[in-house]
Design a protein around this ligand. Structure first.
Ligand code: CO8
Length: 276
């Protein structure tokens, strides 16, 4: 089967659907130029290597199609993303583990410095890597009654600096320190109170509608002014990661493959299974 992404300009038709036949991610570009990128990998949109590569392709396609902005959301009923696929980190094969982390770094760099506005329409639970994805966006709209946060410590693992620093930039140092140490998962209501999300809405349709309105609001700002401001605000994290990619990768691999971390991941996976 071929993995094809259509790359026509959205202006040539009222709406355009970009998808790859094997992909769990699809993009719909509406007639106003808003690209809705939807993750659809049951049961929890866990981010494995293939999912990260697909996400990168869809994000780049939105840029190539000269979209006004991107809305990142989920097609699943109650989960935005369950974060990194724990099975990528549990009993890993080293080469794949490296490729996996390197692809995550790519996504982090691409999204945090993305040239057009990105809005997260968080229509379900969003722990760990799911929360991180939303932290890289410009604006977060979350449906009520779900949970969000960097809960890595609860798994016995540590969020890298390029997860932590966007969290600090979003909710401030003290709140981030406490939340990271405790691995807090906030309800939508509490996330709104501390500024982890910008809006709380009753359902996904409202989240998408409001996200489109926000993109239109951004689109009246001259492009260069938007891009330079965003880049200047985010440059310290982006440059730190660019300058430390290799060290960060090596640190991740040695941490992840340590017996203590493997034991913690095994225990956490068992806990998830026992929930049923
Ligand atoms: N990876 C792989 N499998 C997962 C994950 C995941 N992240 N999350 C859930 N699953 C699996 C479950 O084990 C279960 O599998 P099975 O059907 O075989 O029993 C299936 O998905 C469904 O899970 P639930 O029944 O729990 O689904 P619910 O809809 O009830 O709940 C939740 C959805 C809220 C997302 C819940 O599954 C959950 O809390 N998952 C764990 C989320 C989490 O803690 N993720 C952290 C991943 S680590 C990360 O993202 C960042 C790490 C960065 C640093 C690394 C340094 C080493």
């Amino acid at each position: 089967m071929s993995r094809k992404i259509l790359l026509n300009s959205y202006k040539s038709s009222a709406a355009l659907r970009l998808c790859s036949t094997l992909s769990h991610i699809s993009t719909n570009i509406d007639s106003t130029g808003c690209a809705v990128i939807s993750m659809n990998k049951a049961p929890v949109n866990s981010l494995n290597l293939e999912m990260l590569l697909d996400l990168k392709k869809n994000l780049n396609a939105a840029l190539e199609n000269k979209c006004k902005g991107v809305i990142l959301t989920s097609d699943l009923k109650s989960v935005f993303s369950g974060g990194l696929d724990i099975l990528e980190m549990y009993k890993p094969q080293e080469e794949r583990l490296k490729e996996f982390w390197s692809s995550l770094q790519d996504i982090g760099l691409l999204l945090y410095g993305f040239k057009i506005p990105v809005i997260a329409a968080i229509n379900g639970h969003s722990p760990a890597g799911g929360c991180y994805l939303s932290l890289t966006t410009d604006y977060r709209i979350m449906v009520q009654k779900y949970s969000i946060g960097l809960n890595e410590t609860k798994l016995g693992i540590v969020a890298p600096f390029w997860f932590r620093e966007p969290m600090i930039n979003t909710i401030g140092y003290r709140q981030a320190e406490l939340a990271l140490e405790l691995g807090t998962l906030f309800t939508t209501e509490d996330a709104l109170k501390i500024g982890l999300v910008d809006e709380m809405v009753p359902d996904k349709a409202t989240a998408i509608d409001n996200a489109k309105k926000k993109i239109l609001e951004f689109s009246v700002i001259p492009k260069q002014a938007f891009q330079m401001t965003k880049l200047e605000m985010r440059r310290p994290v982006i440059e730190k990661l660019l300058n430390n990619r290799e060290a960060d990768l090596n640190q991740f691999v040695s941490f992840c493959t340590s017996p203590e971390v493997q034991k913690s991941l095994e225990f956490y996976l068992e806990t998830l299974k026992k929930k049923k």
